[in-house]
Each structure stands twice: as structure tokens, then as C-alpha cells.
Design a protein around this ligand. Structure first.
Ligand code: SF4
Length: 257
């Protein structure tokens, strides 16, 4: 079962790290790319919309598959394996994002897993997202979660450049011993940084915002229960107990080793 990704919000699934149906639909479609489309595909674990719990407004969410950072207490252990997930081509992503823009969604959230472990794919998706929003004339913002610390980004500018297309980033490992009420962050060390005028406009009101309760989305799909958002300590246990009371048997959870 998948779990919460404190660095990125992430899903909580009840059974296994099976890709969600919408990802399955996106996967494996390796139609030849147009000449101007980078031939890059991201390995992703989930694609979902609308995401309303990881960034402002209604958003398209993309979860990269694969993370070697192994934060103690990570609740999205199902995203660690780089052998799971499905390929999402830039072409397919662009189609999903175009549809999201046409439906008036407010932004894109890229989480994981660790997006910077696929820097070329991340950069390509962000570039495609920017091109599509310009074409649509719709100022939807691009938010990326990474477990990399600011000093790690500074020490590896070539990899960090993959974030250049983001309007805002949330950086830093999940540290279970540093709980926080800050919006969209899993631990107090994680920093929300704006990078563009649009990012500043969208995220300035939330830099120090501490909602009374975090928004969590519960999604049931293909035998899995996924929680999207950033739960606070105890939230997942409460959800699990509630599911059991309703007769749902959880065979695995992604937040336990
Ligand atoms: S960066 Fe840390 S919290 Fe995020 S998926 Fe990787 S191990 Fe989990």
C-alpha cells in the first residue's frame, strides 16, 4: 500500500504499489514523437486530477517513480523502487496537461518518489508544461517537490537545473522528528521557495500559512486506497482505523517497512 509522501504529498494505497488506472492508460503509448518533442519519458507511479491538496487550486498531479533518499518515516515507500511505475512520454503528458488547462485547472504538481532522479524527464515535462500554458494563455503554475536539500542543489547545478522551469519548489528531506503545520510541507525543515513572478503571486500567501487541518484526498482505485496530501502525525492511523471500521481490509501499507 502506498503511503503519504511527506516531501510531496503522495498517495496512500491499501494494497500494492500498482499503478493507477489513469497511469496505466498513459503508459506504454510510445507513439513516435513529433520532431520538436523531446524523446524523453518519465517513469511515473501515478497521474491524477484534480489534486486539491498539494498546491493552490485544482491541479494535475504527477508522481515520479523511484527514490533512493530513504528518509526514515517515509510514508511512500512504494515510490522507492525505480523498477515500478510506467513511462509517461512528453507527448502524452502534453496531452494530459492540455486537457487540464482546457478544464481550467490552476497548476501542475510534480512529486514522487524523487523527481530529480530523472532530471532530463523532469526538465522536459516542465518545458512542455510551460509551452502548453503559453499556447493556452492560461497562467497555471508549476510546483515541484524534491527531497534534495538547498545545499545539495547548490552543489550539483547540472542536476538542479532540471527545476529551472518550476514556478515554486518545495525542498528537503522528510524529517519525522520535525512535524509542522505549514501548508503542503511534511516537516518543518522543508522550504517552499518561489522562482518566478507567477510563483511569487501564487505562493506568497502560503509561505507561512498554517491551516487548521491539512486537506487530504482519499481515492479508491483498483483495490487500492490512496491518500493524496500531506497528513499530520496520526492522520494515517485514523484513516486506517476508519477504513477497518467500514470493513475494508488493508493487506499492505506503504508507510510501514
Ligand atoms: S524524498 Fe524521502 S519522503 Fe520523499 S519519497 Fe523519497 S524517501 Fe520518501
Amino acid at each position: 500500500m502506498a503511503g503519504l509522501s511527506p516531501d510531496g504529498g503522495g498517495p496512500t494505497a491499501a494494497v500494492a504499489a500498482r499503478p493507477a488506472a489513469d497511469v496505466a492508460g498513459a503508459a506504454g503509448r510510445t507513439a513516435p514523437a513529433a520532431p520538436t518533442t523531446p524523446a524523453v519519458a518519465a517513469l511515473v507511479g501515478q497521474v491524477y486530477r484534480p489534486v486539491t491538496s498539494l498546491g493552490p487550486g485544482r491541479r494535475l498531479g504527477i508522481w515520479f517513480q523511484g527514490c533512493t533518499l530513504a528518509c526514515p518515516g517515509c510514508m511512500s515507500r512504494h515510490t522507492w523502487e525505480s523498477t515500478g511505475g510506467r513511462e509517461l512520454t512528453v507527448e502524452r503528458f502534453s496531452a494530459l496537461w492540455r486537457a487540464a488547462l482546457a478544464d481550467g485547472l490552476d497548476g501542475l504538481t510534480v512529486s514522487g518518489g524523487e523527481p530529480l532522479e530523472q532530471p532530463a524527464a523532469l526538465a522536459a515535462l516542465l518545458a512542455a508544461a510551460d509551452a502548453e500554458r503559453r499556447r493556452a494563455g492560461h497562467p497555471a503554475d508549476l510546483l515541484v517537490y524534491t527531497g534534495w536539500e538547498p545545499e545539495e542543489l547548490a552543489a550539483d547545478p547540472a542536476t538542479a537545473a532540471a527545476l529551472d522551469g518550476a514556478d515554486a519548489v518545495i525542498t528537503g528531506r522528510y524529517r519525522a522528528g520535525q512535524p509542522t503545520r505549514l501548508a503542503w510541507r511534511g516537516s518543518a525543515n522543508q522550504q517552499l521557495t518561489t522562482r518566478t513572478a507567477l510563483g511569487r503571486e501564487r505562493y506568497a500567501p502560503y509561505l507561512d500559512h498554517r491551516p487548521e487541518r491539512p486537506e487530504l484526498q482519499v481515492r479508491v482505485s483498483e483495490g487500492e486506497v490512496r491518500v493524496i496530501g500531506v497528513p499530520r502525525p496520526g492522520d494515517l492511523g485514523r484513516i486506517e482505523r476508519d477504513l477497518v471500521r467500514r470493513g475494508v481490509t488493508l493487506r499492505e501499507t506503504s508507510w510501514r517497512p
